[in-house]
Design a protein. Structure first.
Length: 145
């Protein structure tokens, strides 16, 4: 699986590379949606203190950004998806009552961990529509904090 640790400012380049690779490989989006998503710029300086990474052979292969109430980002490099990294990251940060606004692909990870879809969330950026879903961890899982 790799080592799990808190992110540092020195990780910013690798975090962005992992995010961009994961977005580029995300199923269910057309080229226009992918371009909008790729053009978005996370506020890394504000997010880095809440980021948790999984590192393998010195490279970040997945990460999440979470506060005590919201899982804001969850990305796994496409070369390392379906290996339990996303599940592991969610397990490390999830708490009952936590929410996450995510796409259908990431929603599968949350559903496997016992999160519940609670509301649809239609977003529009630059005239392009994204259909996300709000998930919530209503009940603690055996491994939630």
């Amino acid at each position: 699986m790799g080592a799990c640790r808190k992110a540092t400012p020195q990780d910013l380049e690798q975090l962005e590379a992992c995010r961009r690779a994961a977005i580029s490989a995300c199923p269910g989006y057309d080229a226009e949606q992918l371009n909008i998503w790729l053009a978005s710029e996370p506020k890394w300086t504000q997010l880095i203190s809440d980021a948790l990474v999984v590192e393998l052979h010195g490279r970040i292969v997945g990460f999440c950004v979470a506060s005590s109430t919201e899982l804001g980002y969850l990305y796994v490099h496409p070369d390392h998806q379906r290996q339990g990294i996303g599940q592991y990251l969610v397990e490390q940060v999830e708490q009952p009552g936590m929410r996450c606004d995510c796409n259908p692909f990431s929603g599968l990870v949350l559903e496997r961990r016992g999160w519940t879809a609670v509301a649809s969330n239609r977003k529009e950026r630059d005239g392009v529509v994204f259909q996300n879903t709000w998930y919530e961890l209503l009940d603690p899982t055996p491994t939630s904090r």
